[in-house]
Design a protein. Structure first.
Length: 412
RNA sequence: GGGCCGUUAGCGUAGCCUGGCUUAACGCGUCUCCCUGUCACGGAGAAGAUCAGGGGUUCGAAUCCCCUACGGCCCG
C-alpha cells in the first residue's frame, strides 16, 4: 500500500509512505544493497542508526547461497540476517545482464553481428540507436570487460520459459523462471517482491528491445498470476512490483508501462537504466514513463544513482532508489563531503591519497556520522593504505550517512 | 695488502651466465580517471631509471673485459 502525503506543485516531487508487512517506509527512500544478506561490512544495527528503513536483497544470490532451505529454516531473511525492517528483493533479472556475456560492450555486439562494425554502426543503425561516439555513457563499457571472456561466455541463456544461469563460482546450471523467482522471494519472506524481467544492455536494437519488452510483460503476467495463487488474500501479504523496460525507445517504454498497468501491480519500477546508455536518455525515459504511472502507487528507479541523479529523479516523481555506488565507492576509498563552493553541492575525496596522511581533521566537519565524530582523515587514510578491514566499515558508514542525509532533505 | 659478492625508478627485485624481439620488466608506493536492480577491499591508465661512474671490445652493451667509487663478506 502507498500513501501519498504531499506533492510539490512546481516539481513532481512526492512525499509518501509505503506500508509493508514489516513496517512503514517513508519516501523518497534510498535502499542500501545487501545482495547476499548483508550490506558489505555493516551490521543491521549500523543501518538502523544511519537511518536506513528498507534494504535490498537479491533473489539470485541468496537462492544459490545459502539457498532457500536454510533461510526458511532460519525463519526468513529477516531473522536470518537480523533485520526486522522491510526488505525488497530483486528478482534476479538484473543478473541476466550482469552475469551474462560481455553484453554491454560494443565488441559483443559486433561479435554477434548485430551491427557489422563500429565504423558502419553509426551509418547503418543511426535510426535505431544514437552513435556511440561523442556521447558520455552512463556506464563505461570497460565495466563489462573486467572478467576474462572465457569466464563469461555462456553464463546465461534466456528463453521464453526462463533463464538458465551458470553459477560463476562452481559452474553448476540453474534455471530461473518467473514462478521460481516468486517462490524464492516468498521463501525469503520479502516485503516487496520484484517480478522477473529481462534487462537488455545498451545498445540494443529496437527489434530486440521490443522482444525483451514482450517477454518482460509475459513474465509479469506469470508472476502476478503465480503470486496471487500463492499468497491469495493473505492479510500480511508482500507487495508485488512490475518492471518497465524498453531501453531508450520511448514508445517501447510506454508500451511496457501500459501493459504492466493492465496487469496491475502494487508498485512500478523503471529498470534497464544505467546499463551503458548515454545519460541524456534518463530524462527522456522518465518523462515518457512517469506520466503513465498511477499517482497512488510507488515508483522505483532501479539501480540509481549518484546524488545529483537521485535529486533529479525525485523531482520527476520517483519514490524509491537503490544503488551500489555509496557503499562500493566507500570500499574503494572515495568519500562524499559537502562542497565549500557553489558549482556542486558535494565533492569526493580519495582518502588514501598522500595528502591525507597527516590531515587530522574529520572527513567532513558537517557530518555527524560515527566516522566523522570519532576519527581523523589521517587515521582512515592509514587504514586504507594498510588494508585494514575497519576502513571499509567506517567509509561505508560515512557514505551511507551522506545518502540518507540527502534523502532526509528530499522528504522535507 | 689479497680475494670474492653486490650496485637497475621513492623502496624491493627481474633481466646479465648464452650481447640484438629492451622502446629496460614486475611488485609496492605516488597520482589521475572510473564504478549505477554488487561475481566487485575492484578496474583502467599515467608519471617515475642517463641500468653506480669512467674507459674498452663489438655493427650493437644493463648484459663481455678493465679501472674507480661505494656497500658487504672472507683470508692475511
Amino acid at each position: 500500500m502507498f500513501k501519498l502525503i504531499t506533492q510539490d506543485k512546481k516539481t513532481n516531487r512526492r512525499i509518501g509512505q509505503i506500508i509493508t508487512k514489516s513496517g512503514v517506509v517513508r519516501t523518497p527512500v534510498f535502499m542500501p544493497i545487501a545482495t547476499k544478506g548483508a550490506v558489505k561490512s555493516l551490521t543491521p544495527e549500523d543501518l538502523k542508526e544511519l537511518g536506513a528503513n528498507l534494504v535490498l536483497g537479491n533473489t539470485y544470490h541468496l537462492w544459490l547461497r545459502p539457498g532457500t532451505a536454510v533461510i526458511k529454516r532460519a525463519g526468513g531473511l529477516h531473522n536470518f540476517m537480523n533485520w526486522s525492517g522491510p526488505i525488497l528483493t530483486d528478482s534476479g533479472g538484473y543478473q541476466v545482464f550482469s552475469l551474462g556475456e560481455k553484453v554491454g560492450s560494443v565488441n559483443a555486439f559486433q561479435k554477434h553481428k548485430i551491427f557489422p562494425s563500429e565504423k558502419n554502426f553509426t551509418r547503418q543503425a543511426s535510426s535505431l540507436v544514437p552513435p556511440l561516439r561523442d556521447t558520455v555513457p552512463a556506464r563505461r563499457p570497460e565495466h563489462f570487460e573486467k572478467a576474462p571472456t572465457s569466464q563469461r561466455v555462456g553464463f546465461v541463456k534466456i528463453t521464453d520459459k526462463g533463464v538458465e544461469f551458470r553459477d560463476p563460482i562452481d559452474g553448476k546450471k540453474h534455471f530461473l523462471t518467473p514462478e521460481k523467482s516468486i517462490d524464492i522471494q516468498l521463501a525469503l519472506d520479502s516485503d516487496i517482491i520484484m517480478a522477473l524481467d529481462e534487462c537488455p544492455p545498451y545498445p540494443t536494437t529496437k527489434e530486440q528491445m521490443a522482444a525483451a519488452v514482450k517477454r518482460t510483460t509475459e513474465w509479469a503476467v506469470r508472476c502476478k498470476k503465480y503470486f496471487n495463487k500463492k499468497v491469495g488474500r493473505r492479510k500480511q501479504r508482500p507487495l508485488l512490483f512490475g518492471i518497465v523496460q524498453g531501453g531508450i525507445y520511448k514508445d517501447l517504454r510506454q508500451r511496457s508501462a501500459r501493459e504492466l498497468l493492465e496487469i496491475g501491480f502494487d508498485g512500478y519500477a523503471i529498470g534497464g537504466v544505467a546499463v551503458g546508455e548515454p545519460r541524456q536518455y534518463l530524462e527522456e525515459v522518465l518523462k515518457a514513463v512517469i506520466p503513465l504511472l498511477p499517482k497512488n502507487k510507488p515508483r522505483y528507479l532501479m539501480g540509481l544513482g549518484k546524488p545529483e541523479e537521485i535529486m533529479a529523479a525525485v523531482n520527476f516523481g520517483i519514490d524509491m532508489f537503490d544503488c551500489v555506488i555509496p557503499t562500493r565507492e566507500a570500499r574503494h576509498g572515495r568519500l562524499y563531503i559537502l562542497a565549500s563552493h557553489q558549482q556542486r553541492f558535494y565533492d569526493m575525496i580519495q582518502i588514501a591519497n598522500r595528502k591525507f596522511a597527516k590531515d587530522f581533521k574529520p572527513v567532513d566537519y558537517g557530518c555527524q556520522c560515527y566516522l566523522c565524530k570519532n576519527y581523523s582523515r589521517a587515521y582512515l587514510s592509514h587504514l586504507f593504505k594498510t588494508s585494514e578491514p575497519l576502513a571499509l566499515r567506517l567509509a561505508s558508514i560515512h557514505n551511507l550517512k551522506f545518502y540518507f542525509g540527502l534523502m532526509e532533505k528530499l522528504r522535507k
